[in-house]
Design a protein around this ligand. Structure first.
Ligand code: GLA
Length: 386
């Protein structure tokens, strides 16, 4: 596939690409809406990824095309102030240039072609994949030698300070540091990671609800404010530092909403710890209980599910019984659900979703059977044969 992209690059820029930076989307197995409270998460990187082909320019221009938006392009000068442009996807590239420059680095110009197969708007982190791949490109092309962790942190800053989304660090960290065949437990306070091999007989099935997501950023940012308020009233730095006992003692000080948000985060952090051991020992029954409790908590306490994702989880849980686990994944307000099950149950999920989902919600779901792919990679390209 890269060779047809290289041909496309050459036809746009009249010179071959020299380098490829690629970074994956992710699915979160458990640990939702815990990252911005310094908590724990257990995502894995996907094989869906964003590829960034590029070639250094002699001047300071960054010129960007994308196969996902044919006919559109963006260009800006990295020697001056970086401001927003009119292209929404182009702004992610500007955002990365902005935060890297703000960190004190000097950037040079590049010709860029982007190509992504990460489904967009489905909670599988297509924007983090783009940020991390672009971070890898700038790091290499301007000889900055940034670590994967630093690129992830810059990606989060790009979202927070340029794109106005107050996201946590999970998506960028897993996109930068994911490992094939494994999930990564990330401690979002000190950013330490522990890799957990996904048992070979466990399939990861993602069901995208295709529910039209609305007001996602404003609702998301409000959840973060609720958590920060709750932590403040409980006299802890972050909800990571609270436990159920403290929550019970603080009940009077908290609004009903803050209480629920804190209850979700505190219980979800514990579920991540428990799920880590259950995954390592291929204990599907325990995973089922934990993922089901996570979903219910996101529905009732954190209020980020919609009827369509609740319905999909119900359909899949019913089909799988004790032999598989299902929950919503990602930021919520639509998006996708994730199932862990045995290979022989995948076709039963497909059948149940196709029989029941449209009838109940007048929507058609997309189903992806996935493997954990690798994190950020930057590689030199061999020229195409003449
Ligand atoms: C989005 C954010 C992440 C995380 C999840 C919810 O994906 O980008 O930082 O908060 O939502 O777990």
């Amino acid at each position: 596939m890269t060779s047809s992209l290289m041909t496309e690059f050459e036809s746009i820029y009249h010179s071959p690409a020299t380098t490829l930076s690629s970074a994956p989307g992710r699915v979160n197995i458990i640990g939702e809406h815990t990252d911005y409270s310094d908590g724990f998460v257990l995502p894995c990187s996907l094989e869906f990824c964003t590829k960034v082909l590029y070639r250094k320019r002699a001047d300071n221009l960054v010129v960007v095309h994308s196969t996902n938006y044919p006919g559109e392009s963006d260009s800006f000068d990295v020697s001056g102030d970086i401001t927003h442009g009119s292209s929404q996807w182009g702004n992610y590239i500007r955002a990365m240039a902005f935060v890297i420059k703000r960190a004190g680095h000097t950037l040079g110009g590049v010709d860029v072609l982007i190509d992504s197969d990460v489904p967009q708007g489905s909670g599988l982190s297509s924007s983090a994949a783009l940020e991390v791949a672009i971070g890898g490109m700038f790091s290499e092309s301007s000889s900055l030698n940034l670590s994967a962790e630093k690129i992830a942190l810059l990606g989060q800053e790009a979202e927070n300070d340029f794109m106005d989304c107050q996201c946590g660090i999970m998506d960028q960290m897993i996109s930068a540091k994911g490992e094939p065949g494994s999930a990564l437990m990330i401690d979002c306070r000190d950013l330490s990671t522990k890799s957990i091999k996904i048992p070979e007989d466990l399939s990861i099935v993602i069901v995208n609800s295709n529910y039209p997501r609305k007001l996602v950023d404003s609702e998301y940012n409000q959840r973060r404010i609720d958590c920060e308020q709750a932590a403040k009233k409980m006299n802890v730095a972050m909800l990571r530092d609270a436990n159920l006992e403290l929550l019970a003692q603080s009940r009077e000080q908290l609004t009903a909403v803050e209480y629920k948000r804190a209850h979700h985060v505190i219980t979800e952090n514990q579920r991540v710890m428990d799920a880590m051991s259950a995954l390592a020992s291929n204990d599907i029954k325990t995973l089922r209980q934990l993922m089901s409790a996570s979903h219910n908590s996101l529905r009732d306490d954190f209020e980020v599910t919609v009827a369509a994702t609740d319905g999909l989880v119900e359909i899949c849980q019913q089909v799988l019984g004790d032999n598989g686990a299902a929950r919503m994944t990602g930021g919520g307000f639509g998006g996708a659900i994730v199932c862990l099950c045995r290979a022989e149950d995948v076709s039963r999920i497909k059948q149940a979703v196709s029989e029941q989902y449209f009838d109940r919600f007048q929507l058609t779901a997309d189903i992806y059977v996935c493997n954990a792919g690798s994190g950020l990679k930057v590689e030199q390209l061999e020229p195409l044969p003449a």
